[in-house]
Design a protein around this ligand. Structure first.
Ligand SMILES: NC(=O)c1ccc[n+]([C@@H]2O[C@H](COP(=O)([O-])OP(=O)(O)OC[C@H]3O[C@@H](n4cnc5c(N)ncnc54)[C@H](OP(=O)(O)O)[C@@H]3O)[C@@H](O)[C@H]2O)c1
Length: 294
């Protein structure tokens, strides 16, 4: 069984490659600049030459604020490349696992989003990701789309690293307290995706479609930041010990974010036996790895 992983150098992609390699998978991880998946010829050639039994797409344009000014590139990577992959997989009858986002929702709900809830993205990033998901649904039956949220890992830039850096430089940190969601580690998500991969390899009865996977527990960015500081200070001298709560209105950004984007993960548990992990436990493990290298 051969697995092609796109976006293999990203925070999620690198974790999938690491875990899949440990599990003994036969895999090929590809990324920019050698393999630009916005180019249909590149995608077709990759799939022809490597002949994967499964494709896992972890590539995306993920800089949410930059996407507002780089709309064309965001659509090329998040929507057009997803179409390229769906068409190439459909031609060869290859299943595709694709990653999507909580930012396809508008955040007006007060209870965790279900897979069946209507999407209403607020940003270029959210709109381009929703369009990519639609391309896959419209062109390839054998697909699993996994929406996730507030992703961070040991590799790459993310909120956790930013908070630790800022807390070591400044005495005061202000973080928005009126946006709520579910932090998710790249390690937990990669593990969930590899469980789904194994199910696809071993069972003919997959319920294709859209699933949610995120850490267990709902927090504000402010609560998340305070937990990061509390855990990181066991390893580092930090200047800031307390995080001040501020409203979104006091921290304007180019992209509008959903005020609430918690997701219900019952479906992935029922279909694939994938469990959520309490967000604080996963944060503790990731910070330990980040700050000790082990
Ligand atoms: N980060 C989050 O908070 C978050 C939340 C919800 C959902 N997600 C979703 O989770 C998935 C993984 O996100 P992530 O945080 O791991 O992203 P990431 O760290 O930004 O990794 C994405 C990877 O895709 C590569 N890439 C970009 N354009 C490409 C192209 N044209 N062809 C081939 N590769 C390309 C990037 O390369 P460069 O770095 O060179 O551009 C990068 O290595 C994405 O689908 C994202 O939308 C992320």
């Amino acid at each position: 069984m051969k697995m092609l992983i796109t976006g293999a150098n990203g925070q999620l992609g690198s974790e999938i490659v690491r875990q899949a390699t440990d599990m003994g998978y036969d895999l090929l991880g590809v990324d920019l600049p050698e393999h630009d998946i916005t180019q249909p010829e590149t995608v077709n050639r990759l799939i022809q030459d490597y002949g994967p039994s499964l494709v896992l797409n972890a590539a995306a344009f993920t800089q949410v604020d930059l996407a507002e000014s780089q709309e064309k590139l965001a659509w090329a990577v998040n929507a057009d490349a997803a179409l390229n992959l769906a068409l190439a997989c459909s031609g060869q009858d290859i299943p595709l696992i694709h990653i999507s986002t909580d930012f396809v929702f508008d955040g007006k709900k007060k209870t965790p989003y279900l897979e069946s809830d209507p999407v209403a993205p607020l940003s270029v990033y959210g709109k381009s990701k929703a369009a990519g998901d639609d391309h896959i649904r419209d062109n390839l039956e054998n697909h699993v789309i996994v929406r996730t949220s507030w992703l961070y890992g040991v590799q790459g830039n993310n909120f956790v690293k930013t908070m630790i850096r800022l807390a070591s430089e400044r005495e005061t940190l202000n973080v928005v307290a009126d946006q709520f969601g579910c932090p998710t580690t790249a390690a937990d998500l990669a593990n969930a995706l590899l469980t789904i991969s194994r199910a696809i390899f071993s069972s003919p009865d997959i319920r294709w479609g859209t699933y949610h996977y995120c850490g267990q527990g709902i927090v504000s960015w402010h609560q998340f930041a305070q937990a990061i500081i509390d855990m990181a200070k066991k390893y580092r001298d930090l200047k800031a010990n307390q995080v001040n709560p501020i409203p979104t209105s006091a921290y304007p950004t180019p992209a509008i974010r959903p005020a609430y984007s918690a997701m219900n993960c019952d479906r992935i548990l029922k279909q694939f036996g994938v469990h959520q992990h309490p967000w604080k436990d996963s944060l503790k493990q990731t910070i330990h790895q980040m700050l000790t290298g082990s």
